[in-house]
Design a protein around this ligand. Structure first.
Ligand code: OAD
Length: 244
C-alpha cells in the first residue's frame, strides 16, 4: 500500500495553484533511461563531455548527432506512463496547473499536458549550430548532421548542453510559476543540475508546500515538506486520486 503523508494529500487537494517539476525519473517507467542511476543511467555508460557539450559537437558532429538520433528513436518507441498521464489529468482538474520539466523527451505532451515549460529544450526540435535559429524538422541527411537550409552550417539538437545557458524566457517563466504556487510536486529528479535544482527552494521561499517523489533521497529531500519514497507512476496516481 502506497503511503503519502496525510498532510501532503490535504495540501495538494486544497491547493489553488499547483506545479510539478519533473526529471528523468518520471520517464524511467516508460523505459527511457535516466542520467545518473548507477547501472542504467546514460552518464554511467556515456561521457557527457563527448556527447553533450558544444565542444563535443564541434569536434565530432556526426557522433553527437547519431547519439541523439538513437535517443530520439528510444523515445519514439516509448509511450507515456501512468505518471505522465496522472499529471495530464491534474492539468484538466486544477486551473493554472503547470509542468516544469527538465526532460527533453516530449512524453508529457504526448500524455496530454499542454502547459509544459521545457527547461532543457526538446529532442525533436532542431537548431542551427552556427546561428542558433530554430528550424523546422530537418530532413534526415545521408551524411549527418543535416545542414541548415539558410546558412549551410551543421544542425544540432535543440537541447541545452553542459556549459550552455537556459533560455532566459524559460527561466523567467519557471521562476514566476514557482513564486506563485501553493504546492510544488518534484518527481523523478536527482536535484543536481542548476538552475532547475534551485526552483524548489524558490517555491518554498514564497510559501509553497513542497512534495518530493523519488525512491531515493536527493539534495532536495531536506527542503521538502513531504517525501514520498515511491516510483513516480503510482505516487502520482495516488495524488490524482486525492482530488476525487
Ligand atoms: P537524473 O538521472 O540525474 O536523476 C533521476 C532521478 O530519478 C534519480 O534521483 C532517481 O532516483 C529518480 N528515479 C528513478 N526512477 C524513478 C521512478 N520510477 N520514479 C521516480 N523517481 C525515479 O535525472 P535529472 O534529475 O532529470 O540535463 O537530471 C537533470 C539533468 O541532468 C537532465 O535534464 C540532463 C542531465 O544532464 C541536460 O541534458 C541539460
Amino acid at each position: 500500500m502506497l503511503e503519502i503523508p496525510q498532510m501532503a494529500l490535504e495540501r495538494f487537494r486544497h491547493a489553488r495553484r499547483v506545479a510539478v517539476l519533473t526529471g528523468a525519473g518520471i520517464s524511467a517507467e516508460s523505459g527511457v533511461p535516466t542520467f545518473r542511476d548507477a547501472q542504467t543511467g546514460l552518464w554511467a555508460r556515456y561521457s557527457p563531455e563527448d556527447l553533450a557539450t558544444p565542444q563535443a559537437f564541434s569536434r565530432n558532429p556526426r557522433m553527437v548527432w547519431e547519439w541523439y538520433q538513437w535517443r530520439r528513436q528510444l523515445v519514439l518507441e516509448a509511450a507515456p506512463n501512468s505518471g505522465h498521464l496522472a499529471i495530464a489529468a491534474m492539468e484538466r482538474r486544477i486551473p493554472g496547473f503547470r509542468v516544469l520539466t527538465q526532460n527533453v523527451d516530449g512524453l508529457h505532451q504526448r500524455a496530454g499536458s499542454t502547459r509544459v515549460v521545457e527547461l532543457h529544450g526538446n529532442l525533436f526540435v532542431d537548431r542551427c549550430f552556427r546561428e542558433g535559429i530554430t528550424l523546422d524538422r530537418v530532413i534526415e541527411a545521408t551524411d549527418p548532421p543535416p545542414r541548415c537550409p539558410f546558412c549551410g552550417g551543421p544542425v544540432r539538437p535543440g537541447v541545452v548542453w553542459f556549459g550552455e545557458a537556459l533560455s532566459p524566457r524559460v527561466v523567467q517563466e519557471a521562476d514566476a510559476v514557482c513564486r506563485s504556487v501553493d504546492v510544488l510536486v518534484i518527481a523523478g529528479t536527482s536535484g543536481l543540475v542548476h538552475p532547475a535544482a534551485g526552483l524548489p527552494s524558490r517555491a518554498k521561499a514564497h510559501g509553497a508546500f513542497v512534495i518530493e517523489i523519488n525512491p531515493e533521497p536527493t539534495p532536495l529531500s531536506d527542503l521538502a515538506d513531504a517525501t514520498v519514497r515511491e516510483m513516480a507512476g503510482s505516487a502520482l496516481v495516488t495524488l490524482l486520486d486525492a482530488l476525487s
